[in-house]
Every structure is written in C-alpha cells, then in structure tokens.
Design a protein around this ligand. Sequence first.
Ligand SMILES: C[S@@+](CC[C@H](N)C(=O)[O-])C[C@H]1O[C@@H](n2cnc3c(N)ncnc32)[C@H](O)[C@@H]1O
Length: 265
Amino acid sequence: MTDVRLRSSMEVQRGLFMAESFNVIQRAMDSGCAPRSFLMSQKWVEQFAPLFTRFPDVPVFVGEESLLESLTGFHLHRGALAAMQRPEMPAASELLEGARTVAVLENIVDHTNVGAMFRSAAALDVDAVLVTPQCADPLYRRSIRVSMGTVFQVPWTRLGAWPHAHHPPGEETAHDGVDLLHDAGFDVLALALSDGAVALDQVDLSPGRKVAFVLGAEGHGLAHATLQAVDQHVVIPMSGQVDSLNVAAASAVVFWQRRAASGIR
Ligand SMILES: C[S@@+](CC[C@H](N)C(=O)[O-])C[C@H]1O[C@@H](n2cnc3c(N)ncnc32)[C@H](O)[C@@H]1O
C-alpha cells in the first residue's frame, strides 16, 4: 500500500482502486462504483452498515488497528479502506457531447496536482477532464483525497492518444486528442509561457466558444508537438520575476476566467 509505483501500475492493471475514509467510500459508491471488499477496525462498522447493505455479498474484513497498520503499511487515521471496482472509462467523444469547457491534463506527474485540478474543475464549472496517456492516475489515493472526492463528480476519461504520447516526432497518431476536440467543435488553447502567447484577459472566453484548456507537466511544460497542434497559446501574466505558476494554480486561474466570461455568478 505504500509503494506508489507498484500501486500505480497494479491497480490499473487489475481494474481496482483504493478508497479511504467513510466520506470518500460513500461518494465513490454514490457515483456508481462497486466495492470489492472493505477493511476497517471495529469502531467503524456501525457507521458503514448502510453501505454494506447495498452490497451484501461483498466481504468486510475487520481487525485491530495494529493489524490494519501492519497490513497496509500506514496508520489508517480515517479508519477504513475499500478496494473498489475501477469504473469503465467513457469514450472521450461521449464526454465531449454537450460539454463547453474542457480541461486536458498533459502528463501531470504529481497526484496532488491532479487532485487539485479536479477540485478546481468541479468548483469552477469545467464540464469534463481529459487526461493524457501518461498522466498520473486521478483514482490514486492521494489524487482522490486532494480532489475532495470530486474525481467521482467531474466526468473524465483517459485519452488513447495525444500528440506527445511518446511518439517520435512525425509519428503521432493521426486521430489523437487534439483532432477529437476539433471534431467536437472545440478550440484548443494551450496554457503556455511561449513568446507570442496571448494574455489570458485578452482571450475570447465567451460562452459561445467551446474551449479546451491544455495544461502541461510540472517540469518541462507542454510538449512541442502539443504547442504546434493547438489553436492558440495563452499566458497568465505574472509579476515578481516568477517564471511560472504551479500547474494546479494556473488551472484555477484559467477556469475562473472562463467562468466569469460565461456570466456564471
Ligand atoms: C510549472 S509550469 C511548467 C513550466 C515550464 N518551465 C514551461 O516553460 O512551460 C506547468 C504548467 O502550468 C501552466 N502554467 C504555469 N504558469 C503559467 C502561466 N503564467 N501562463 C500560462 N500557463 C501557465 C502551463 O500549462 C505549464 O505547462
């Protein structure tokens, strides 16, 4: 349970994710995720009883806290874990139907940033989130926790292909995520610090325009192929000789600007 790399590959492969704490487990179940098993100490059993009755055949393992700690490798201060069935990922084209504001998370590696971006997306009226093939897992424990469970609320899926998805230059998959967004009528806006990028407050974000905001990885920013494929580069002007914002902070700024331009109060 404490090996991030092992969990990141194993959980996806085996079609499961781990939910921790009553609120998160309840939220996941309310969003349609089915539990495979529960693990907790005795003191939580009563509170969980209504959840157990929804899935009477799912095993509930109950043990002393010290045993739980030795099994999981960490102190379960929120008391309970559930192994949950990973939901089927919808097709991106399905998510884009009816959406007007979309965020694309390109290869974000930090689960904290992924979770924070989902939280902002939920709060600031983003209709769907697309994560690129290499992006960290929104259903990893820390992403779920930092998102405050909004990974179960905001519609999202993982793209099968993206310009940067480790294809050598010139060998990008033809029908990748950018094409998909264009086909669905979206203008694709890269949040980038490139020369010539348009300042955010000068960009037309009126509700008539369907927009997809692409946000890049913490270290290198957006891939060259992405910067070439998008319609517009957008920069959030900064002062104080700071070279960039944290990507989750940048996402909140741009989502808010879109929300304000859409007249949402
Ligand atoms: C920490 S930044 C990466 C910085 C990287 N050195 C670069 O030049 O892009 C991570 C991501 O946050 C977004 N970002 C951060 N600050 C921004 C700003 N002032 N304007 C637009 N996007 C920004 C971009 O999408 C960027 O790829």
